[in-house]
Design a binder for this molecule. Sequence first.
Ligand code: ADP
Ligand code: MG
Length: 234
Amino acid sequence: MEELLRRSEKLTTVGQLAAGVAHEIRNPLTTLRGFLQMQQHSKTINPLHTDIMLSELDRINLIVSEFLILAKPQAVNYQTKDVRYTLGDVVSLLDSEAHLHNVEFSVHFSSEAILVHCEENQLKQVFINVLKNAMEAMPSGGKITLMLYPDEPDLAVIRVIDEGEGIPEERMQKLGEPFYTNKEKGTGLGLMISQRIIESHKGCFHIESEVGKGTVVTITLPRRLGKEELPQDA
Ligand code: ADP
Ligand code: MG
């Protein structure tokens, strides 16, 4: 609980984050400038350098777009949605990428509607982040189990279980801190943004992991009850 408080205090101001973003962007910018300067001197274009410049530009782009999700107050449009469809859409979206990496989704959704009052695009963002992390934790493929079920009295539970490398204790402490990543091409923003979004939906975001066995992400959200609220476009 103390840890939770400490973390949320640390992340309260987007301003603090902006400083971090500026810092993260300065590195690829410095690289870009260096290569451009070299090309200016040599008057020839080295394709290898162009590749590096492009990937540095991509990195800046990724950091900025992930950050914008947080910083820009999007038009908030809360609607009551059946999250089985929200999550189902995301699974379809990622299916071909998963296939490419030998990852198989095993989907277990409740047969009854799971209605949640939500900003659907933000929830999709969370599901994409979590599912991508699960995929990236299994470089040689494996199974990702997705569960979605109602819990008494009025909770929706979403669980993503991977068979990846797992997270050692010392890394666990750092999860959710901006820019913490162990990936060469990671931004370390995904989890923090996901936690924020779930908190703004009055839900909980929880990670458990065992090294060598895998990771379980559990998201709980308040569930809307009542048959008068129909799924989809309600
Ligand atoms: P990124 O994916 O860009 O690294 P995230 O914020 O999404 O940033 O995740 C931060 C870190 O948390 C990852 O770099 C990884 O070390 C760890 N992590 C998150 N999800 C998982 C998972 N399912 N299995 C193992 N490690 C994970
Ligand atoms: Mg990620």
